[in-house]
Design a protein around this ligand. Structure first.
Ligand code: HEC
Length: 130
């Protein structure tokens, strides 16, 4: 099976987690995510599933329940994975199980790095005015 994780382009920001994973770490992280069902509810190819696709997620903006916009940066993604209900989003989006006690910090960082590979967004230095 070929891993469809080789990014065609990469975010050009300087993230705090590793920007790319080695082939081995990519395979390991993907297996970890498979094990925990992430890829049952999220796709990597842009198709909506139970949850939103991972494609283009990192670095894009999401609308919160309050109507405010929030950048999907590393901190956001981490919190959304650990405790999805702690950030309420606009719309009727279904429920994701929390993974608060599932991952070690390194595993979580690798997952974030993995998610970043599916996005060409860069984190802008200023937030949009609204
Ligand atoms: C049972 C289905 C299910 C599983 C399993 C699941 N998710 Fe989700 N996920 C969802 C749904 C539904 C949402 C949208 C609801 C929300 O944002 O609270 C979501 C939201 C998210 C978001 C935020 C999306 C956004 O629009 O900002 C991220 C990031 C995420 N999931 C990552 C993961 C990761 C990583 C895993 C595995 C560790 C995982 N999910 C496992 C269903 C799932």
């Amino acid at each position: 099976m070929s891993l469809d994780a080789s990014p065609t382009s990469r975010p050009s920001t300087k993230p705090t987690t590793r920007q790319t994973l080695s082939k081995k770490d990519t395979a390991r992280t993907r297996a970890l995510m498979n094990k925990h069902g992430c890829l049952l509810c999220h796709t990597e190819n842009g198709q909506e599933s139970l949850g939103p696709t991972f494609k283009g997620l990192y670095g894009s903006y999401v609308t919160l329940k309050s109507g405010k916009k929030r950048l999907r940066d590393e901190a956001y993604l981490k919190q959304k994975i650990l405790d999805p209900a702690s950030i309420e989003l606009a719309g009727n989006r279904g429920v994701m199980p929390p993974f608060k006690t599932t991952f070690q910090p390194k595993q979580l960082n690798d997952i974030i790095a993995y998610l970043r590979m599916f996005s060409t967004h860069t984190i802008p230095s200023t937030r949009p005015k609204r």
